[in-house]
Design a protein around this ligand. Sequence first.
Ligand code: UPG
Ligand code: MN
Length: 727
Amino acid sequence: MIKPPLNTRKPSSIRWFNRVYTLVYTIAIFTLVYHHSRNVISSPSLTTIFLLIADLVLAWLWATWQALNLNPVHRVVFPENLPQVATESEYPGLDVFICTTDPVREPPVRVVNTVLSVMAYEYPADKLSVYVSDDGGSQLTLFALMEAAKFAKHWLPYCKRYNIMDRSPEVYFGNGNDPFLVPEAYEIKVMYESMKARIERVVERGTVSPDQITNDHWAKAFDKWAPGFTPQNHPAIVEVLLENAKDKDIIDHSLPNLIYVSREKDEAIHSHFKAGALNTLIRVSGALTNAPIVLVLDCDTYSNNPKTALYALCHYLDPNVDPNLALVQFPQCFHDINENDTYGAEYLFVVRATPMGMDGFRGTMFIGSGSFFKRQALLGSPSLVAPSDVQKTKTTTHALGNKSIKYNDVLELAQRTAGSRCEENTKWGSEMGFRYGSLAEDMYTSFKLQCQGWTSVFCDPERAAFLGNSPMSLHDILNQSKRWFVGFLEMVFSKNNAILYGFRFMNPLHALCYAHYNACPFWAIPVVIYAFLPQLALVNSFSIFPKVSDPWFSLYVFLFIGAYAKNLLEYTLAGGTMRKWWNNQRMWLVFGCSSYPFAVADWVLKSLGMSTIEFNVTSKVLIDDLRKRYHAGLFEFGVESPLFLTISIAAVVNLLAFVMGIIQVFKNGRFEELFAQLFIAGFAVINSWPIYEAMVLRSDKGKMPMSITVKAIGVSLVIYSLFSSAF
Ligand SMILES: O=c1ccn([C@@H]2O[C@H](COP(=O)(O)OP(=O)(O)O[C@H]3O[C@H](CO)[C@@H](O)[C@H](O)[C@H]3O)[C@@H](O)[C@H]2O)c(=O)[nH]1
Ligand SMILES: [Mn+2]
């Protein structure tokens, strides 16, 4: 008898349209390059050379993007068929890794909510362990987790009894779920609120006082914070807060393991940021529970669907599974994005379109959170670790046999593996575990895994599996993206880059997908050229594009409309709306004048040894005032940042050029010759509207700081006068 499937994979029907489009558009690009080359030869000038460079970079980025559209696939899972292949007792063990690093930017209450939401998974408790890595080495986080351990005894049975979907208590109680509908709800809500208040009090005070800990054993844990302990310099701490074999909830059911880990820190030794933290967790969990499947989460990405682990099993337990399957990736979705997604922060292309596209080759990227890894894959290449299916891998055993995970020898071993020197002269970070060398450790790790021969799949169920935090201020989002782009540049300029290394070890089309993202910071080149060159020529009445009646003009029209319309189509297919798409393309221009070029500058400074690269953690603090403005659809400026200065200069120059251009056309005619430049400046002006508004019309806290406005106008006038006779 044929068993019902656990999952299906179907190529998307849009792929044929994409392939034809790619072919036609490629011909158009070649024609344009021919046109430019001819111009450069017939009238060599900086203008023609810059235009050629801009379009060559655009062409490369466009071409690599096409790789993502050639074979997108849809997958569906059928968790209802799981009982046909495995009973609950046969499920593989699952170790969940949650990273946090800064109790100020990542409030412990939010970490606790993420922890509780996964502890409450629909998964056998004796197979589930939750590890929290605290890179901040903070008593506050440990205290919060102790509170969570107590509250879990009430929260977990409650969720399971009433089949609650929102298992992050903050979300559940904040969602307007009337707590009086379910008998114990009110009691649980009070319990949650008082836990939250206790945690927040401690966070406000900044220390944990002994009278706040009732459990003697737990009180001892704080002795580790001896004088001289700093987040950058302290011993390893491993605390088992809940042990499945011993701890029970209020209805006497066993609870999952809950373990706090803060790896040893030594200022002289590079921490490798999140990748280093995750590698520590691989070793610590290897010593304690050693589950064959590992779920990686950021501290803000709480579970939004208690069945997600079962969806992952639909791949791992499939009898026909590829033995090299290393990763089941769920999309990173976000809560609290505003109506029209002002900052394009849903990243629909990265989150949905790209993974589907890469899944058509040998697998999607790891995007940092919401990923179920096969532990084996993190321990070496398939040829070394002999891939097997996860069911056959031993579960819940550790290095010292089946002793309690609180047993001293076991804990000592775990603590040793969290030592700062235990990676010296090993393959951790190069051939094993999460890879070092890029701030985009997620993308780099999956790239290296896939080069070793491991594969991955993308799982995108209707209800989002996880929901995370997205920045509400423009400054935060630009800084966050700048970090990613520096990480991409580190990949481009490493010997393991997507082209030189990728082409040798993976399908070249698959490698091109990575090459596309890695080259993203170079968008800065065409965006900056197109943001200034046509405009400065325009104020001088100097025409740099073919006039409207010239046949070459129609090539430009085709390329512009073709690119934008296709982009809109792809965006809506990924689930976006027209308004969101507009904002998304605007953010691309904003990145082009800020985080892309700044990332290049950061990377150059780092390469010259003039600065060190830091992982600037994104703030997850919710500020009411800011939230209101964000939900009103306003851009949040407010701080004096060089990232705002460059976009402001571009906005002012474009406005100036557009106005001057119109005046000149009225005076001298030549509309046909200058139309393309007027159009580009006009397009930039429409896109820059929120910037003008923030400079002139707004008076709230999020407006553009006056100093930036003044500097932008000043610099624009200097640029204008410098170039007034350049053409
Ligand atoms: O030294 C560090 C720095 C960061 N983190 C953790 O890494 C996670 C991601 O950091 P965040 O500041 O939230 O970065 P984002 O830019 O929001 O994260 C995206 O980009 C990162 C790569 O730059 C990926 O690691 C993330 O998974 C992905 O969501 C957080 O849980 C941090 O606590 C550490 O554990 N140690
Ligand atoms: Mn984040």
